[in-house]
Design a protein around this ligand. Structure first.
Ligand SMILES: Nc1ncnc2c1ncn2[C@@H]1O[C@H](COP(=O)(O)OP(=O)(O)OP(=O)(O)O)[C@@H](O)[C@H]1O
Length: 451
């Protein structure tokens, strides 16, 4: 008997320790079982308390009255499926007549504490069927991405969402994005995660890093072109615009060829081109965009206008040519001068890390997802890497990136260096790696790269 008590005490201690120190492990070992039992046992009473039941039909009430039987209870939505996941539970229910998905999203906070879960989000997956995604612990406290997060063509895993799902950056769905945040909020780590995820794909990475290349130069082995000051950046962007026009010419040529063949697909963008003809898609990463928009002299002002015009052109026309923009900065508003709001309107993907004021949050979401502004302002200082992402559909979600060190990102880029494609139009901006530098002077004039 004593042995049993000792074992139980030991198990309870281990469970408490895990819950405190390793919530993900606690969830997988103990939490999931307790949560399943809790949800199943409390389901009817919780639905009733949250106002998610429907009264019995009148004919049943009348029948009960006539026959003197007890009045039938209100009915909760029928459980279709309860599935445990590595971060929580997914409960799928069939709505009763008269219920709608909005009832569930309005009750998500009540459901959260009634089922003792960390977070509950709801969505209607098809007419009359609602899915409740519940997380069992704070998945953003210590981000652990799944071992095989999946992905697809131009769709890469970047962070963990607060509902326990992986957040993917999908360039074909949302071609251009803006990433804002105060200093030390985690923008560079977000960008690093993007680079690391893209490194293994058939894609050309092009970087503009006006912090003298401090963020992107170490990853240069996987970059096809890199600019580390506004002068270089202006030339690089001009060349990229030229490359875009060449790709359009190629698409037009293919369209002319297929126009006379009745059954042939008409090419509208690079993804419709045959594999052998398709130019490599390009992701342009711009770090600290405000540096490109600032000027002190007349010449610098001309250069600034050239840069912003090229960026607007790429944002307006780049998608079909397979050029995608990822623009990063502390603020991105009209104070940066003409052309900025026009550019911002084209950057439909928005990510906002912690900001210092509501105006900065408005720069990210004011025009597309006003609800996300409050969520952005509330990001705590002690959680770098936490961000709110939204798009032009008005939806938004909290995410946090895994803490990818620069060392690991460099190793990943080096491991995939052989995948770095050559883009002839951008040849002049190819980062010269130490092994290729011929003289110390030549090496000094190029962006240094860590091995
Ligand atoms: N997801 C994360 N988890 C834990 N720590 C993080 C995460 N993201 C960033 N950090 C830490 O926060 C600090 C700031 O990160 P980062 O350099 O990415 O911020 P930033 O917004 O780019 O800052 P700046 O604009 O000053 O360059 C770093 O010390 C980094 O290690």
């Amino acid at each position: 008997m004593t042995a049993l008590w000792v074992t139980l005490a030991l198990v309870a201690t281990v469970a408490l320790l895990l819950r405190w120190q390793r919530p993900a492990w606690y969830w997988m070992s103990f939490g999931v079982l307790f949560a399943v039992v809790r949800v199943l046992v409390r389901y009817s009473s919780v639905m009733d308390a949250c106002g998610l039941t429907v009264p019995p039909p009148r004919w049943r009430l009348a029948l009960a009255r006539m026959t003197g039987r007890p009045v039938p209870d209100s009915k909760a939505p029928r459980i279709l499926r309860l599935r445990p996941t590595r971060t929580g539970l997914v409960l799928r229910v069939k709505l009763r007549p008269g219920q709608d998905a909005f009832d569930f999203s309005a009750a998500s906070d009540r459901l959260r504490h009634s089922f003792v879960m960390r977070n509950v989000t709801t969505r209607e997956i098809r007419s009359g069927v609602v899915e409740l995604r519940m997380t069992g612990y704070d998945v953003l406290k210590r981000v652990q991405m799944p071992a095989r997060p999946g992905g697809g063509v131009m769709r890469v895993p970047v962070a963990m969402r607060e509902d326990g799902e992986v957040y993917y950056r999908d360039y074909r769905q949302v071609p251009h994005a803006l990433n804002v945040g105060a200093t030390q909020s985690g923008k560079s780590v977000y960008q690093r995660n993007l680079v690391a995820a893209l490194a293994g794909l058939n894609v050309a990475l092009v970087g503009i890093d006006c912090k003298q290349g401090v963020e992107l130069a170490p990853l240069a082995r996987r970059f096809s072109a890199l600019a580390d000051n506004p002068d270089n950046a202006a030339d690089l962007l001009d060349s990229l615009v030229e490359h875009m026009h060449d790709v359009y010419q190629l698409i037009r040529r293919e369209q002319r060829l297929s126009a006379d063949t009745p059954d042939a697909e008409i090419t509208a963008d690079i993804w419709d081109l045959p594999d052998g003809l398709r130019p490599t898609p390009i992701v342009l990463m711009v770090d600290e965009v405000a540096e490109l928009a600032l000027f002190a002299t007349k010449d610098e002002e001309k250069r600034r206008d050239r840069i912003i015009t090229s960026l607007v052109r790429l944002a307006q026309l780049g998608r079909a040519a397979g050029i995608y923009l990822e623009i990063c900065g502390q603020r991105f508003g009209s104070e940066l001068g003409k052309g900025i709001t026009m550019l911002r309107a084209q950057l439909t993907g928005r990510t906002a890390h912690r900001v210092n004021d509501e105006t900065s949050a408005n720069m990210a979401f004011g025009d597309i997802a006003p609800d996300a502004v409050l969520a952005t302002v509330q990001i705590p200082t002690d959680r770098p890497g936490t961000a709110v992402v939204g798009d032009s559909s008005g939806g938004w979600v909290r995410i946090r990136t895994p803490h990818l060190t620069l060392r690991r990102a460099v190793n990943l880029c080096n491991a995939h260096a052989s995948r770095t494609p050559e883009i002839p139009a951008l040849d002049a901006f190819r980062p010269v790696l130490p092994s290729l530098a011929k003289t110390p002077a030549a090496a000094a004039s190029t962006v240094p790269v860590t091995a």
